[in-house]
Every structure is written in structure tokens, then in C-alpha cells.
Design a protein around this ligand. Structure first.
Ligand SMILES: [Fe+2]
Length: 183
């Protein structure tokens, strides 16, 4: 079996376990995260040579590894060697991020600002996503992600529903203190 076939099989087996969870509760999401951590810990399946930093100058690529026919369980690998700094945003579906190598700092935000930004989000906690760790987000949780240049980062991002199906995503603009569409 080639390495790609082995990787695809490991991904398929992991997603079978993920599909047995509904992702509707934090407990279920934690179980999904643990299945994903186990996958990401098989680092021999994700060597840098199979996931190089793109040479187009972007420093970053976000590749789909798997997606169910109905659009659920969209799995990406994010490969990056650049300064990444996103605004706080939600996904309107559950999400799990786990590390293969490098560090993706996840800031988890909380607040009751509502869609018109009556109150700003506050930083609740930070999680350094690296090999062996992960973060879980319910559909209306806000996170921001932060990476530094000089590291060949590889992280797996799994979404309950694929991006093409998501509507009404929001980001929080810290300068103006208000929410904006993030579709
Ligand atoms: Fe995100």
C-alpha cells in the first residue's frame, strides 16, 4: 500500500468513528477531537514532502482531504509557513482543530454581544494546538487563529458541514467593536 493509500485509509477509519458521534454536545465534540488527535499523531502519514509549503508566494494552502457526499464532515489540512492572524469568527457548524506539527494558537472568545455588537467579545482562553492537542468549537463559538512564520505548520481542520453550505457566519472587528458578515 502506498503512503497516500495508507493515509486515506486512516482518514476513512477516523471519519467512521466521527460519524458515530453527532457533534451536538461538547461531550460528543470532545470524543471527535480525540479521534482526530489519534489520526494527527500518526505523523508518518503526513510528511512534509507530501504537504509542502506552496511555491506561489502565498505561504499557505488549505486542502480538502475528505468530504461526505452530503457536504458533511469536511476535512482540511492547513499547511502554512507565514504570519497568520485572523479576526474572531464563528462557523455556524461545529469545528475541531488538531495539530500535526507546528503551533496554531487558538484564542477562544466569549461574550453576549449579539449580531449588532452591543457588547464586544472578550478573550476567554488560549489553546496552543500542536501535535497531541486540539480544540473544539460549537457552531456559535468564536475563535481566532494565529501562526508565526518560520515553521512548517500542519494542522487538521474538521467541520460538521462544509463551507459551501454555511451561511450567516460572523466575524468580530475589534477596531470598530462590531460584528460583520464573514461569509
Ligand atoms: Fe475558524
Amino acid at each position: 500500500m502506498s503512503r497516500k493509500e495508507e493515509r486515506d485509509q486512516a482518514i476513512a477509519e477516523t471519519l467512521e468513528k466521527v460519524r458515530a458521534e453527532d457533534g451536538d454536545t461538547r461531550q460528543s465534540l470532545a470524543a471527535i477531537r480525540d479521534h482526530m488527535i489519534a489520526l494527527a499523531q500518526r505523523r508518518e502519514l503526513f510528511p512534509e514532502e507530501d504537504f509542502p509549503i506552496p511555491e506561489d508566494g502565498s505561504g499557505e494552502v488549505f486542502d480538502v482531504l475528505s468530504r461526505d457526499d452530503d457536504g458533511r464532515h469536511e476535512l482540511y489540512i492547513e499547511v502554512a509557513n507565514k504570519h497568520v492572524w485572523t479576526p474572531p469568527h464563528n462557523h455556524t457548524t461545529w469545528a475541531v482543530v488538531v495539530g500535526i506539527q507546528g503551533v496554531e494558537l487558538n484564542r477562544i472568545w466569549e461574550g453576549d454581544g449579539g449580531p449588532t455588537g452591543e457588547a464586544p467579545l472578550r478573550l476567554a482562553r488560549e489553546v496552543e494546538v500542536r501535535n497531541g492537542t486540539g480544540v473544539c468549537l460549537m457552531p456559535n463559538d468564536f475563535h481566532s487563529i494565529h501562526m508565526e512564520e518560520g515553521v512548517h505548520n500542519m494542522h487538521l481542520h474538521l467541520y460538521g458541514l462544509g463551507f459551501a453550505h454555511l451561511k450567516g457566519r460572523l466575524m468580530f472587528d475589534q477596531e470598530s467593536g462590531s460584528y460583520r458578515s464573514f461569509d
